[in-house]
Write a protein that binds this ligand. Structure first.
Ligand code: GDG
Length: 506
C-alpha cells in the first residue's frame, strides 16, 4: 500500500468530511466547513499538532483530491452510487441504526449490504494508514466504521487506535440479532480504547464480548488474545458535548436577540412557545410528542394562540423507506391537529421541514419557553445541551426523555418517559406552569454542567483515555481467576447464543 507524502500525528476517520461542497454562481466549486460540535472539538485538539481527517465528501462518484481547509488536511474517500445505497443507507442506516436504537422499527438484513460495508470500511482503513505518521493517534468515529479499528491495526500495528460511538450500544439481547455480530465486535476490538456516551453502552459492549465471543472481561476491559496479539481493550463512558463558548456567543449577539423577538412577534407573542428540533428520525419520539400535545389541545389545557408549538423537523435519510413512512405519518398527524385546532392566523402546530442556519437555531432556542426533547432512544441529544447554552438569560424549561444520554447529565430537566403519554402531558404542563424563579434555578444548574463539560473537554478526555489505555499487561494469577469467574457466570447465556448458526458472509 503506497504511503502518502503527507503524514500526520492525529488522524480522524468519520463517515463524512467536515465540509460541504458549495457551487458558486460562476460554477466554481469551493468547500465550506460544516458547523458542528465535532469540527470545533477537532479544531481545538488539532491546534498545535498536524492533523488529517479521512471521510466521504458527500457525493457519489470520484472523490476530489486531498485538500487543506481550516488548517486541516482532508482526505476524501470515494463512494460509488451502489456503495452509498448499500454501505450507508442500507447497512449503516437500515440494519445497524434500528438495532442500536432498541429496534424501534425492524432492522433489514442483506448479506450484500454487509459486503459493501466491509469493502468501504477497508477503503477507509487504507486511507487512514496512508496519512498516519509512524506512531500516530487514529480516532475513528461511529457506527459506520466499526470494522476500521481492526483493519488499521492489521496494516499498521504502530499506531494507537480509538473509536467513539455517537449512538447507543444495544443490550446483547438485541445486538445478538445481527448476523454479523462477531465481525463487528472483532472489528471494534482492534482499537486500544472505545468511548461510549453512557456507562450502560460501554457495559453492553463488554457484555457482548463476553457472551458472544467468550472473551474474558474485567470491569471495563476486555482481554483479547490471539497467537501474536495479546492485549486488553478498555471501553468506558465519555459523553460528548457542544462548543459552549462559541454557541453562547452566537446567542448573545444583538442580531440573534433581535431575531428571537421577531420570531415571537411573528407567532403572535404567545404566552408559551413550545419548540421541538430534531432530524426527522423515528428515534426522536416526534410522534409521541405530537400525540401528547394533541391531547392537551383537545382537553383545552393548551390553546392557540396563547400556546404555540413549533416543530423543526430537519430532512433526513429520505431514501430509506422507514424515514419516508415516518414523514408521511408525522405530516398526516400534524395536518389532522391543525385541521381540528387551528384558527385563521393561529395554527396549533407550526411544522417546518427545513434546515436552518446555526444563528436562526440559536434565535429559536432563545425564543422558546419550553423545548421538548422526547426521543425513544438517543445516544446523547445535542439539542438539549444547545438549548441550555443559548439561555444566558436563564429563561426557558427543558422537557427531556430519560432515554437520552443527556438525561444522565442534565439532572434539572423536566424528565419524561415518552411512551407514557399521560405522564408526558403532565410533564409538559409542569414545564409550562412551574414558577419562573424555580425554572431559572434549574436552567442555571444545567448551564453550569454544560459549560464545565464542553466539547473540548470531551475531546481531551477521549484522547487522554486513549493515551493511557491498557496495553499488553502482565496479568496476575488473581486477575486471571477474576476474569474466569466472570466468564463462568455468563457461560450459559453465551452457549445459548453460540448455538445459533452464524450467517455471516465473511
Ligand atoms: C448523533 C446521535 C448524538 C438539527 N436541525 C438543524 C440543525 N440541527 C443540529 C442540532 C444538533 C444536531 O443537528 C443534531 O444532534 P443530535 O444529538 O440531536 O442528533 P443526531 O443527529 O441523531 O446525532 C446523537 C450525536 O450524534 C452526537 O454524538 O448526540 O445521539 O444520534 O447539533 O442543532 N442545525 C442547523 N440547522 C438545522 O436545521 N444548523
Amino acid at each position: 500500500m503506497p504511503r502518502s507524502q503527507q503524514q500526520f500525528d492525529l488522524v480522524i476517520a468519520a463517515n463524512r468530511l467536515p465540509v460541504d461542497r458549495v457551487v458558486g454562481d460562476d460554477g466554481e466549486v469551493s468547500w465550506r466547513t460544516s458547523p458542528g460540535g465535532l469540527v470545533t472539538a477537532m479544531e481545538s485538539v488539532m491546534r498545535g499538532r498536524e492533523g488529517a481527517w479521512v471521510g466521504w465528501a458527500g457525493e457519489a462518484g470520484d472523490a476530489p483530491e486531498p485538500f487543506v481547509e481550516n488548517d486541516m488536511y482532508l482526505r476524501p474517500v470515494p463512494l460509488s452510487e451502489d456503495e452509498v445505497a448499500h454501505y450507508y443507507e442500507g447497512f449503516s442506516n437500515d440494519t445497524l441504526w434500528p438495532i442500536y436504537h432498541d429496534v424501534i422499527v425492524p432492522a433489514t438484513f442483506h448479506r450484500y449490504w454487509f459486503t459493501a460495508y466491509e469493502k468501504v470500511n477497508r477503503r477507509f482503513a487504507e486511507a487512514v494508514c496512508q496519512v498516519a505518521a509512524p506512531g500516530a493517534t487514529v480516532w475513528v468515529h461511529d457506527y459506520q466504521l466499526q470494522l476500521v479499528p481492526a483493519m488499521v491495526r492489521e496494516l499498521r500495528p504502530d499506531v494507537r487506535i480509538g473509536w467513539f460511538d455517537h449512538i447507543p450500544f444495544p443490550p446483547v439481547e438485541l445486538f445478538a440479532q445481527l448476523p454479523w455480530r462477531r465481525a463487528v465486535l472483532e472489528g471494534l476490538l482492534g482499537a486500544d480504547y472505545l468511548g461510549f456516551q453512557r456507562v450502560a453502552d460501554a457495559q453492553n459492549f463488554v457484555r457482548a464480548c463476553r457472551q458472544l465471543l467468550g472473551l474474558p472481561t474485567k470491569g471495563d476491559t476486555v482481554s483479547v488474545s490471539r497467537a501474536a496479539d495479546s492485549r486488553r481493550v478498555r471501553a468506558s463512558a465519555v459523553p460528548i458535548s457542544i462548543d459552549y463558548t462559541g454557541l453562547e456567543a452566537v446567542a448573545k449577539l444583538p442580531e440573534t436577540q433581535q431575531r428571537a423577538k421577531e420570531i415571537r412577534e411573528s407567532l403572535g407573542n404567545p404566552r408559551t412557545l413550545l419548540l421541538g428540533v430534531d432530524r426527522l428520525d423515528y428515534t426522536k419520539g416526534i410522534g409521541h410528542r405530537i400525540k401528547a400535545y394533541g391531547e392537551l389541545l383537545e382537553e383545552g389545557q393548551v390553546c392557540p394562540p396563547e400556546e404555540v408549538f413549533v416543530q423543526v423537523a430537519t430532512p433526513s435519510r429520505e431514501r430509506v423507506a422507514a424515514y419516508r413512512e415516518l414523514r408521511h405519518e408525522i405530516e398526516g398527524e400534524v395536518g389532522r391537529l391543525n385541521g381540528e385546532h387551528s384558527r385563521i392566523g393561529a395554527p396549533a402546530v407550526h411544522y417546518l421541514h427545513h434546515s436552518y442556519p446555526r444563528q436562526e437555531m440559536a434565535a429559536l432556542y432563545l425564543a422558546a419557553d419550553v423545548v421538548l426533547v422526547t426521543p425513544l432512544r438517543d445516544g446523547m441529544n445535542l439539542v438539549a445541551k444547545e438549548y441550555v447554552t443559548c439561555r444566558p438569560d436563564e429563561g426557558g424549561a427543558l422537557v427531556l426523555s430519560e432515554f437520552t444520554g443527556a438525561f444522565h447529565e442534565l439532572h434539572q430537566a423536566f424528565v419524561c418517559n415518552p411512551h407514557d403519554i399521560e405522564g408526558l402531558k403532565q410533564t409538559i404542563m409542569r414545564a409550562i406552569e412551574t414558577p419562573e424563579k424555580e425554572k431559572r434555578r434549574l436552567m442555571r444548574a444545567m448551564r453550569r454542567r454544560v459549560a464545565d463539560h464542553d466539547v473540548q473537554r470531551w475531546a481531551s478526555r477521549f484522547l487522554e483515555a486513549l493515551a493511557v489505555a491498557p496495553d499488553r499487561p502482565q496479568r496476575t494469577t488473581k486477575e486471571q481467576q477474576a476474569d474466569d469467574d466472570h466468564a463462568t457466570a455468563d457461560r450459559r447465556a453465551r452457549d445459548l447464543h453460540q448455538a445459533a448458526p452464524q450467517q455471516a458472509t465473511r
